[in-house]
Design a protein around this ligand. Structure first.
Ligand code: UDP
Length: 268
């Protein structure tokens, strides 16, 4: 199945795509992409959260990359709230930190290989060690840190292609990772690329996740903010309020007025 053309279950939140599907379907599709290359460019799985949407409003090339991905999964409670406000409830929170380990477990069971790209070298090395402890026969065929220069990019791609992983986890942070995947998909000898943000920081044990009750309550972002206030303050203090204000405004401004405005903007 190819989702490059948005499927009926795709919705657009402030212009950015989200596929409103359940975990089982998302997992089946991701493993399908990894296992059946069919001579296609590397497939792409992205995760849309409030930060992605805010970045995409500022940076249309990011919006373009996400909207053209093969699968775009909903990440976080902000999207749940927006879905409810727009009358299209989000079925499941499929954030990368919880979803990717399930992909890796399925990869282990199906003998699919994995390459880890991103984060600082020490972290990605610890991440591999922890993953092998957790999934003893997972085939991790290579890794590379995420602080390479544009001049080194060719060597990084050469190394990935030599290993031909079925699954490439790209942890370079938004928007770099989405653009990197989109720019290189045709050059990568890979089944599927997942844009996984700070996943290796968690899996290496460098950054601890919020307690289960906070995750269940949808307030993991408060914990993340308290852990790294200097890195995350913009997301919490600016992006979340702006996102909610825009969603509410879009909901209450009459559709007709909005369409006239949108047409005027399009004609500009
Ligand atoms: N990172 C990287 N190369 C860079 C910049 C960042 O590998 O040039 C890594 C960084 O070490 C971290 C991840 O990308 O592991 C970004 O994590 P964050 O939680 O900020 O991801 P986001 O929420 O932005 O997707």
């Amino acid at each position: 199945m190819n989702l490059r053309t948005p499927q009926p279950r795709s919705i657009f939140l402030l212009g950015t795509r989200v596929d409103n599907i359940d975990e089982f379907t998302a997992l089946r599709m991701t493993i399908g992409f990894a296992a059946h290359r069919d001579g296609l460019p590397a497939r792409t799985v992205c995760f849309t959260n409030v930060h992605t949407i805010c970045e995409a409003r500022r940076d249309r090339s990011l919006m373009h990359c996400v909207n053209l991905a093969d699968l775009v999964l909903p990440d976080g409670s902000g999207l749940k709230i927006a879905g409810r406000i727009f009358g299209t409830p989000i079925r499941e929170n499929l954030n990368g930190t919880d979803f990717t380990p399930k992909v890796l477990d399925a990869a282990r069971q199906n003998g699919l290989s994995v390459y880890l790209l991103g984060a600082q070298l020490g972290r990605v090395v610890s991440c591999r060690a922890n993953l092998l402890r957790q999934y003893p026969n997972l085939r991790i065929v290579g890794l590379h840190h995420g602080y390479f220069t544009p001049e080194d990019e060719q060597d990084v791609i050469r190394d990935i292609n030599a290993k031909q992983p079925d699954i490439l986890l790209v942890a370079l942070g938004t928007p770099v990772q989405e653009k990197w995947i989109s720019r290189n998909a045709r050059r990568l000898n890979v089944g599927v690329c997942l844009a996984v943000g700070g996943l290796f920081d968690f899996l290496s044990g460098t950054i601890v996740r919020a307690p289960a009750w906070m995750r269940r309550a949808g307030i993991e972002w408060i914990f993340r903010f308290l852990q790294e206030p200097r890195l995350k303050w913009k997301r919490v203090l600016l992006e979340i309020p702006m996102f909610l204000a825009l969603v509410i405004a879009k909901r209450i401004v009459p559709r007709k007025l909005r369409m006239t405005h949108d047409r005027r903007v399009a004609l500009r």
